[in-house]
Design a protein around this ligand. Sequence first.
Ligand code: SF4
Length: 243
Amino acid sequence: MSLGRVHSMDSFGTVDGPGIRYVVFMQGCQMRCRYCHNRDTWDLREGGELISHEEVLDKILKVRNFLTGGVTVTGGEPLLQAEFVADLFQALKKHGIHTCLDSNGFAKQITPEVKRLLTYTDLVMLDIKHPDEQMHQKLTYVSGEYTRKFAMYLKELNKTTWIRYVVVEGYTVDPIYAAMLAEFVENMGCVEKVEILPYHSLGVHKWDAFKEQYELQSVRPPSNEQLDAIKTEFDQRGISAAY
Ligand code: SF4
């Protein structure tokens, strides 16, 4: 049995992977994205509740008949609690339930627990915050190196992967960056599609609760024309992309 610090759970998720899914939000994240809409998940030691993977499994099995998709574990960052998620996914696979890991790929090492977790993962949704290292640091306050290494490990495993890319004015909206990302994705060879996610500011109130300044206050969501220009960069390389 392993214990995990879980921020919250949603028994009827429709935007985190295919079909209707049970979504488990893990506590803890080491990135500091300027647009983070889950500011309250950052702290790995506090917040949420400590719960065993069996208890989470029981909750999932109770609503199993409604889940046309399966289960997604997201966050925060689930790789920070790889053992717990590996135990949960292993148990879910015994019940024939589809498993999806939504991750920013920030694993300082590909530990045995991370490897085990991926063994029981059917789909990885990998958030690539920025393909350019300097801009990655500007946007998230950390290096993108670990995410790129994690992506190369997914390539090695030939793991079915979706890429998620948030388009935000002043950071990722320039199509030149989409072109860089498209080249990277093409090289991975295991990416089924790219989800282009327009920036939104729905999580601002959470920053207010922490009495912290939300720096993107004046940033507006991208236009359809801007999103189309980004989509074109993927289309041109035969990579399925949608927003
Ligand atoms: S990776 Fe996700 S949870 Fe972490 S800071 Fe970025 S948006 Fe927030």
